[in-house]
Design a protein around this ligand. Structure first.
Ligand SMILES: Cc1cc2nc3c(=O)[nH]c(=O)nc-3n(C[C@H](O)[C@H](O)[C@H](O)COP(=O)(O)OP(=O)(O)OC[C@H]3O[C@@H](n4cnc5c(N)ncnc54)[C@H](O)[C@@H]3O)c2cc1C
Length: 483
């Protein structure tokens, strides 16, 4: 959609990568007037991300693309750290059953398949417009609006205005640089060669697990991706130039222990400098950052894009509430406070994994076999009472008695889940009671509460055991009463 007829928008998004596309969908679902400006004429048709997790599939479910995507992904078996001789040093198995998010713990996918689905879904959001070949070159803001200048494919300049602008313009974000926001560096920086291969036929002996090869000469990673796609990544030494290492002959030499040129073709080769950093501020007045524009992680946990999806699940309902006047703009300050610590936790763990690969590589017999657990995503301080132990944790997804999944039934809205009648009925929330939904009763039992308010991004805002506490208190007072 390229006809930008409205002069003024609620939100302008800079960049239509996965983060910008997801944000546009979530805003569109809430009727927020949104314009997305994307520099490139065509979608980037080669993969970078190859992994996402159950929480992110749940986010894709929210925008209605999970079932189509589910046909194109594979469930990931897990990650193993091995020495050069395939001896297991560290195991990170991924459960093969459904998690409390209602999806599998870990998926492998082809990034262009996802971006295609995200863009397709945008075509059904009447309040969202997008313009390709539109490079943003200036941004300004005043008390009542932000303005964005971009160049179209013929280099004509246009200026559009909005209440808010969100920079989803990737790691070398123009928006972030324009705002002069520094990045806090979290440690790890290393060049890696990434090679994507397309097999001619299945080759089961390559295995289904991701394997981190802790090889003292060249730490390397093998990824079993969807379909016939496989990825290898190799850490580069300073004396290995990008030019030399991306030659066909060098690549086939590196791959020779796994595969030869009669079995596959090279789909892509690229050298990346894996970085770990977080923007010091994610909001400057009417302008915000999300996704790679706000943070970069080495991809050892496959969580860079996932972090961007969590960002916009958090941000989109807050932007809608501010734009429709039900909340003040202060709400937007909770975006970084809630997301920042979580992002750092993932990055720091990825950095440790990166260091582990290099450390085991340098001293291969130093580590004993160990297991690793997945991170459980939580929110930093922001909305709700941090003394409430459930606040800021993900509320499970369950099936209603009709067979419908709870998220599909409730949509992207704040919901009050209660055992019987709500103790504190509110017209602000959708309410679902366990009276007719036994599965909800079981979820509340498992959490040990009677009422939970869940935000649109599926995180718990507050929980209460009020009914039980009152009953307990009544019983206690009866016992205490001599009559
Ligand atoms: C080798 C590798 C492996 C990875 N593996 C994983 C993985 O397994 N799992 C995972 O979750 N993540 C992974 N990642 C990270 C993931 O690819 C990124 O986090 C994700 O693509 C970032 O999405 P984004 O939308 O924030 O930014 P981008 O995808 O970079 O999109 C930014 C968009 O903004 C546009 N843009 C830029 N400047 C302007 C401008 N001035 N005006 C208009 N438009 C502009 C760009 O054209 C682009 O379309 C990996 C990354 C790499 C490099």
């Amino acid at each position: 959609m390229t006809d930008i007829s409205a002069a003024h928008y609620d939100v302008i998004i800079v960049g239509l990568g996965p983060t910008g596309g997801m944000l546009a969908n979530l805003l569109g679902m809430q009727g927020v007037r949104t314009l997305v400006l994307e520099r490139e004429a065509n979608m980037y048709d080669l993969p970078r991300a190859v992994h996402f997790d159950d929480e992110i599939m749940r986010a894709f479910q929210t925008i209605g693309i999970a079932h189509r995507l589910n046909e194109k992904v594979i469930v990931n078996k897990g990650m193993r750290f091995c020495d050069y001789d395939d001896n297991l040093l560290l195991d990170w198995p991924r459960k093969q059953s459904l998690t409390s998010n209602g999806w599998h713990a870990s998926y492998r996918f082809h990034q262009p398949d996802l971006e295609q689905e995200i863009r397709q879904a945008l075509l059904h959001r009447p309040s969202v417009q997008f313009a390709l070949s539109s490079r943003v070159s200036n941004i300004g803001q005043s008390n009542d609006r932000a303005s964005v200048t971009y160049q179209d494919v013929e280099s004509n300049s246009h200026t559009v205005t909005s209440r808010y602008v969100v920079g989803c313009d990737g790691g070398s974000s123009f928006v972030r640089e324009h705002l002069n926001i520094p990045m806090e560096i979290l440690g790890f920086e290393q060049r890696w060669l990434v090679v994507d291969m397309l097999l001619n036929d299945e080759k089961p002996e390559l295995g289904d697990h991701t394997i981190q090869y802790c090889d003292p000469e060249n730490p390397a990673t093998y990824c079993r991706n969807a379909g016939l796609r496989r990825r290898w990544e190799f850490a580069l030494r300073d004396d290995q130039s990008d030019g030399d290492m991306t030659q066909d002959a060098t690549i086939w030499q590196l791959l020779s222990r796994w595969i030869n040129s009669s079995e596959a073709r090279i789909e892509r080769r690229a050298v990346y400098t894996f970085r770990s950093c977080v923007a010091e501020r994610w909001r400057a007045g009417r302008i915000l950052l999300a996704g790679d524009a706000a943070h970069l992680t080495p991809p050892f946990m496959g969580q860079g894009m996932c972090a961007g999806m969590r960002d916009v699940m958090n941000l989109a309902w807050k932007l809608a509430a501010v734009c429709n006047g039900t909340q003040t703009s202060d709400l937007l300050d909770t975006y970084q406070s809630e997301r920042g610590e979580n992002v750092k936790h993932y990055i720091q763990t990825a950095v440790k994994l990166g260091e582990l690969i290099n450390r085991i590589a340098a001293a291969p017999h130093a580590e004993k076999t160990a297991r690793m657990e997945s991170i459980i995503s939580t929110l930093g301080p922001g909305l709700g009472d941090t003394n409430d132990p459930l606040r800021g944790t993900l509320f499970p997804q369950f099936r209603l008695s009709s067979g419908t999944r709870s998220d599909d039934y409730l949509g992207y809205r704040t919901t009050l889940f209660c055992r019987d009648r709500p103790v504190s009925a509110s017209h602000e929330f959708e309410t679902l009671s366990a009276t007719n939904e036994p599965a909800l009763g079981a979820v509340l039992d498992q959490l040990g509460v009677d009422e939970v308010i869940v935000r649109p991004d599926r995180y718990i805002l507050s929980s209460s055991t009020k009914i039980r506490s009152i009953t307990d208190a009544d019983q206690a007072s009866q016992h205490a009463d001599p009559h």
